[in-house]
Design a protein around this ligand. Structure first.
Ligand SMILES: Cc1ncc(COP(=O)(O)O)c(C=O)c1O
Length: 329
């Protein structure tokens, strides 16, 4: 376990890192590490997996959901600026689909007001921001090693990186019941330890991560070249970004018809995400704020995730391309 913790921390270029039970718990630990007072506001995207917002709610925070940039699908820094209040204590950019949010303007806005930035890097193993690996850019970061992720365990696991000694000390305590000695608990924590077996699996797979991400990028390049002339909105890697293509997502007006057509051609697709968090029924009972979301709502109604993973053969990639072409006429 410790060997994997050391190696993944080094891989990310972070100061500190600990393994934990899953990516949702990683978020809970990362937020807990900063000990915010209940009622704090957390700026988050609505275009994310529900866990990002859940972890804020469980920590006693109020999610303030902000729209995304139409090109990167990550938090729009300008809109974040206008959502900050005196109660804002943390910004949680999600490196969605494997592309980092534009971190510098977020860090700048946060730095002026003593706000913490926690990267939700659940989808961003090996993704880079201006040459730095996800997990080393913010004050802390959370990762998921759910088995479908670019670095996946054989079950559930997660990771938290932290770039300050203070946060790291608290993270270690929170993960393990606040234990400071065999019979002593200094704070009320959790059992969120990483499973040893999963750590061994991850340690074995980590050296292959960059090569596997490169294969995903090659597939994404093939798709982009084929689809852009068809009038499909294809993913764009920002100048600052090394994309890991955890999800290869296009936008299409006739999304449901395309999904049906591809399924008839034996091609599986996904939708990440169909219903933004601010429209989830659970949020009706939860204090929160949602800023205007034109980009999020448009993307959620049009996005489709196509197969993009290292095990795909050239023929399978060609089959996806031909099938999409067939649909677009
Ligand atoms: C953006 C994001 N955050 C958090 C999580 C939660 O991770 P886990 O499923 O390991 O709890 C996920 C999982 O897919 C995710 O995509």
């Amino acid at each position: 376990m410790q060997a994997f913790e050391r190696e993944f921390t080094e891989y990310c270029g972070a100061e500190h890192g600990i393994g934990c039970s899953n990516g949702t718990d990683a978020l809970t630990l990362a937020i807990g590490a900063f000990d915010f007072e209940r009622g704090f506001e957390a700026i988050v995207p609505s275009h994310t997996f529900f866990a990002t917002v859940e972890s804020v709610v469980h920590a006693g925070g109020v999610p303030v959901m902000v729209d995304i940039d139409p090109k990167t699908y990550t938090l729009d820094p300008v809109k974040v600026g206008s959502a900050i209040t005196d109660k804002t204590k943390v910004i949680i950019p999600v490196h969605i689909y494997g592309q980092c949010a534009d971190m510098d303007p977020l860090l700048h806005a946060a730095g002026q007001r003593d706000i913490v930035v926690i990267e939700d890097a659940a989808q961003a193993h090996g993704a880079t921001y201006k040459g730095k690996y996800a997990g080393s850019v913010g004050d802390a970061a959370s990762f998921s090693f759910y088995f479908t992720k670019n670095l996946g365990a054989f079950g559930e696991a997660g990771f938290v990186t932290a770039n300050s000694d203070k946060a790291f000390e608290r993270l270690k305590l929170l993960r393990h019941h606040g234990h400071t000695g065999k019979f002593e608990h200094d704070l009320v924590g959790y059992n969120m330890r990483i499973d040893e077996l999963q750590a061994a699996v991850l340690r074995h797979k980590l050296p292959g991560l960059d090569a596997r991400n490169a294969t995903r990028r090659d597939i994404a390049d093939r798709y982009n070249k084929a689809f852009a002339p068809l009038g499909i909105v294809v993913p764009e890697a920002a100048d600052y970004a090394g994309h890991n293509y955890h999800c290869y997502v296009i936008q299409c007006d006739r999304r449901d018809e395309l999904v049906h057509h591809l399924s008839e051609n034996r091609i599986g697709t996904g939708i990440h995400y169909k219903r933004p968090v601010h429209f989830q029924p659970a949020m009706k009972r939860i204090p929160h704020r949602a800023m205007p979301m034109p980009v999020t709502e448009s993307v959620c109604s049009r996005c489709v995730t196509l197969p993009c993973f290292p095990e795909l053969s050239d023929e399978q990639v060609s089959h996806v391309i031909d099938s999409v072409r067939g649909f677009m006429g």
